[in-house]
Design a protein around this ligand. Structure first.
Ligand code: HEC
Ligand code: HEC
Length: 343
């Protein structure tokens, strides 16, 4: 990962201007916050940004594109329509995504978190590069329903984009590669690593007794798939939702019957915020998710071997402890970070 640049965006905390406040006042402080970094205890990122190092101008261009409905056919939908910051960049309250003309997709919008550690995207891993992935939502008829060539045409006519491209890449020429690389830079910087769970790991906070008991249960029943510290092992598995698969999941990509009903293990970071749950948003509370693992696991032919003995034994008291632990995964800094918001 040596080529990934560690960038520092100066955040200026401006003094409160009371009548006598001069610009030379010592109260003006500069705090350096990294834009892309590897949090303590995290593994190495996927490496997909090696030829596309994050720059302040590239990140800013990516953010502008992410929030701009110009990427959609009728200028009504932007990436954040379905990936809202307050919902950890998922679409809160919608079981299936809503795109242009309020058309329904077939899957739930996943949270966008720590994507620089992923090398495959979507519930079925249908895209294998972070720089290619945005083509899917831009061109999907039920998402943004636009073409890349028309996006380039519209951006060329805008008064702001040519200069933003010059800042990012040294040339006014707007290319699809420039668009995709900027979006990849922005999304790679959506790093969440400051939840209470992280602070406990780093020795800066302590779990309550209930949270700690929940963590113990979590480690014995959940981390084989929701692996620490990303809280996903990034593999595809069947966690026992169905006997027959309306959505074949991973098998849509590999065409292997043995992959039917397998989906990418989702991260559980910020999980309280990113409801509803599962690839089709079928469960609207975490309480129902735990109830699934303790009472409705379906033993189909592709069930994950670790669940082959069926329902987990989880008492009501243990369920409450697990829920308390899951709520420590919320990272308020991530959902309020102004650098990730529409500017
Ligand atoms: C209409 C809603 C909608 C819009 C608009 C949308 N997305 Fe998504 N996004 C989804 C859904 C649904 C999925 C899951 C798709 C699947 O698994 O087949 C998804 C998946 C993703 C993923 C994969 C995450 C993972 O963990 O694998 C990324 C990255 C992403 N979107 C980025 C974007 C970007 C960038 C844009 C704008 C160019 C965008 N999305 C626009 C609904 C949307
Ligand atoms: C065998 C692997 C496996 C185990 C063990 C497992 N999960 Fe999952 N989990 C998954 C998969 C795969 C999905 C996505 C399934 C889908 O949408 O079809 C998922 C989805 C979830 C979701 C929904 C996430 C979202 O963004 O929609 C939650 C919450 C969850 N699991 C919590 C847990 C908890 C808590 C435990 C332990 C009690 C646990 N899981 C054990 C594989 C597993």
């Amino acid at each position: 990962m040596s080529k990934i640049h560690f960038l520092y965006l100066p955040i200026v905390i401006v003094c409160v201007f009371i009548s006598s406040c001069e610009k030379s006042d010592k109260e003006i402080k500069e705090v350096a916050l990294p834009l892309f970094y590897i949090p303590d205890g995290f593994p190495n990122p996927s490496g997909q940004l090696q030829n596309n190092p994050v720059t302040t101008a590239g990140f800013a261009l990516g953010r502008k594109l992410f929030y701009d409905p110009i990427l959609s056919k009728d200028s009504t939908v932007n990436c954040s329509t379905c990936h809202q910051q307050f919902g950890s960049f998922s679409q809160v309250d919608h079981s299936l995504s809503h795109g242009v003309n309020n058309l329904l997709g077939t899957r739930n919008s996943p949270a966008l978190i720590n994507l620089a550690w992923h090398s495959e995207f979507f519930w079925d891993g249908g895209s294998n590069h972070i720089e290619v992935q945005p083509i899917a939502p831009i061109t999907n008829p039920v998402e943004m329903h636009e073409t890349l060539s028309n996006v380039i045409y519209k951006l060329n006519r805008s008064s702001t984009y040519p200069s933003l491209f010059r800042s990012a890449y040294g040339s006014d020429t707007i290319t699809s590669q420039g668009i995709l690389r900027a979006l990849a830079q922005f999304m790679s910087c959506l790093i969440s690593a400051n939840s209470k769970y992280d602070q406990v790991r780093n020795g800066k906070a302590f779990f309550t007794a209930t949270e700690d008991s929940g963590y113990t249960i979590f480690k014995s029943k959940c981390t084989s798939c929701h692996k620490e510290p990303l809280l996903t092992d990034l593999t595809y598995r069947n966690n026992g939702l169905d006997a027959h698969f309306a959505d074949a999941g991973r098998a849509r990509i590999t065409t292997l019957a043995t992959d039917s009903g397998k989906f990418k293990v989702p991260t559980l970071r910020n999980i309280v915020l990113s409801y509803p749950y599962m690839h089709d948003g079928r469960l609207n509370t975490l309480s129902k998710v735990i109830d699934h693992y303790r009472s409705t696991i379906v033993l189909s032919s592709t069930i994950d071997p670790s669940l082959s003995s069926g329902n987990m034994s989880i008492t009501d008291a243990e369920k409450a402890q697990l829920l308390a632990f899951l709520s420590t995964l919320t990272d308020q800094t991530f959902i309020t970070d102004k650098r990730f918001s529409a500017q």
